[in-house]
Ligand binder design. Structure first.
Ligand code: UD1
Length: 365
């Protein structure tokens, strides 16, 4: 008699999650449909069309089986709401495994619920460490990894971190980067004619980290540096909702000399890729974009003091600038002198990470 398919609940909640879930869903469907049943949960942590539904459409992710509709809130409120709603899903579905991705509040909330119900947990993008506990994501990463039975790692530093923390070798799987799976697939799918491509060299910027945008003085200092850069190289800036709120509240959006900075709404995956793949330079505080620029060999200046993705620096195109005016300008000066950091694509960032993950799960569940 054929064995019953194992039930895996896949959790997604915020914009970067959707990019990581897409290849996992595809790999489960393509190779293991008879053995693994995917139940897709969207917590509703991100809810604007541009931050959520637009990604489902671009990445061809089917409608979720459960939409928990939690919306915004303080960390405690948002995490608690996700936990309460997700517990009901787990009790009803009795899955064999809960798979979480990345480091957002949905990731840690659902891992915690599953583990307390004695359901196995898989963490995709395990082992990354910034060692900066003022970052909510670092707390989410640490707690999620403590709870996880399968630790799927995107770069070798993550393996070393997990080993140092005493995780058993049998739980650690170095599989590569699912975000790069999506990048390669969507790059191949981009519609050919490109009418709206900016003429001449340009930079693309994203900024949303609370430590950079929630403090007026810090946001002002960063935007001063970006304004100075934009005088030399036009900057296209799709603005995250959190950042837009802060730019509006501080009056910066109207006060900033807009010559050179083009403020855009948050862009869906393909429209954003179409833009940044041709950029001379990317400026960002995002985790994912540090990796994506390394995968495509585009110079990246990271507006942070640290990174949990060190391979983007040791092997990739990433330069850590810090968050001061002088730090960002020094990094830009280096970019101008050298033409940008050259790098190579890290090990196993080959578009097949999700296949490896699903193979491990199929063999072990
Ligand atoms: C979250 C993640 C962060 C990730 C980022 C990607 C956590 C702790 N943080 O940060 O790791 O890099 O997503 O985007 O999980 N908002 C909207 N519309 C939306 C979503 C949010 O207007 O669709 C507003 C909220 O009302 C809130 C602000 O944006 O005021 C921040 O949203 P939140 O989910 O708290 O965190 P992010 O900054 O998006």
């Amino acid at each position: 008699m054929a064995k019953k398919a194992k039930k895996i609940v896949l959790v997604s909640g915020a914009r970067p999650n959707f990019i990581k879930i897409a290849p996992l869903m595809r790999a489960m469907q393509r190779s293991y449909a008879a053995r693994l049943q995917a139940i897709l949960v969207h917590t509703g942590q991100h809810y604007d069309y541009e931050m959520s539904q637009a990604f489902f459409e671009d990445l061809e992710i089917r409608q979720p089986d459960y939409f928990l509709g939690v919306g915004p809130g303080s960390h405690a409120v948002q995490t608690a709401r996700i936990m309460m709603a997700f517990e009901e899903v787990c009790v009803k579905e009795q899955p064999d495994l809960v798979a979480v991705v990345g480091d957002v509040n949905s990731t840690v909330a659902c891992a915690l619920v599953a583990k307390k119900l004695e359901i196995g947990v898989a963490h995709v993008e395990a082992g990354l460490r910034s060692r900066d506990l003022s970052m909510p994501e670092e707390i989410n990463r640490l707690v999620t990894d403590v709870l996880s039975d399968f630790l799927f790692v995107s770069e070798r530093s993550g393996v070393a971190n997990l080993q140092q923390e005493g995780k058993p070798e049998s739980a650690i799987f170095f599989v590569g980067n699912v975000m790069v799976d999506t990048l390669y697939l969507q790059l191949a799918r981009l519609a050919k004619p490109e009418d709206n491509k900016p003429a001449g060299p340009f930079a693309v910027m994203t900024l949303h980290r609370p430590s950079n945008v929630d403090h007026d003085a810090k946001l002002r200092e960063i935007m001063e540096a970006i304004t100075a850069i934009a005088g030399d190289l036009p900057v296209h800036f799709p603005v995250h909702p959190r950042t837009r709120q802060r730019l509006e509240a501080t009056g910066l959006l109207t006060r900033l000399p807009q010559s050179g900075i083009e403020f855009l709404p948050p862009l869906p995956y393909q429209a954003f890729l179409r833009l940044w793949k041709d950029a001379a330079l990317v400026l960002t505080d995002s985790g994912g974009l540090q990796e994506e620029t390394t995968a495509l060999g585009i110079p990246c200046i990271t507006i942070r003091e640290n990174t949990e993705r060190p391979v983007t620096i040791t092997e990739g195109t990433n330069l850590l600038a810090g968050t001061t005016f002088s730090g960002i300008m020094a990094a830009y000066a280096e970019f101008k002198t050298t033409g940008g950091k050259k790098g190579r694509v890290p090990e196993l960032w080959d578009g097949k990470a999700a296949e490896r993950i699903v193979k491990v799960l199929a063999a072990n569940l």
